[in-house]
Design a protein around this ligand. Sequence first.
Ligand SMILES: [Zn+2]
Length: 247
Amino acid sequence: MRFSVLGCYSPFAPYKGACNGYLLENNNIKIMIDCGNGSFSNLQRFIDYKDLDCLIITHFHGDHFNDFEMLRKAFFLANESGERRNPLIVFAPKEDPAFEKIAAYTELFALIPIEESLERDHRFGDMVLRFFKTKHTTPCYGIKAKKGNKKISYTSDTGFTRLLAEEIIDSDYLFAEASLLEKDKNKTIHGHMTAKQAGVLAETAKVKKLVLTHINPTYNVNLLKREAELSFEGEIEIAKMFKTYII
Ligand SMILES: [Zn+2]
């Protein structure tokens, strides 16, 4: 599996950065996870968007969703020119009223409510995806992907809960949101984790490698990393624009 960073910032993207978006690939299968602003443009650094097999919208907050309109226009043109006929599979939370807005484009997208997909495996070749609910201010879902004995997990947005550790247990890579420094701990009530909490989660779930993402561009990332190191003994890195992690 290959996991590439198309955008890793929140609540806004710095110069040459982008908000949350990732590309998960397995052999020829290409899945875009989240489409925060700037990420759709960056997707095209890696692949032709017309070759996408699936888009997963973990939740409808702008820093994970704002490029959807651009992606929709690109798919509209590809459909019109005949370059892309089959609808793109899109997983998204139906409980959110925004779901209805994207449900209208039936020619372009085959929408699947995540809520109705929670209890089952989604097979993409020999890779299996599963969703799990997170603790956020709006319906939001994390993702875990398994291939053989390899596992990668992405928390999307979430407050800290030990239940998450059961979902992501033994991941080779955990991409965890680390929205806050300890000094801003009071903001965790908005459904986010501190870097230190991301470390506790990784330690509890015995993950091998922790990648901190959903980075506030006003923060010192070295401090963010140091705070995660207080609670996690394994390897930690800060998500890097355009980096591909091979799992
Ligand atoms: Zn959010």
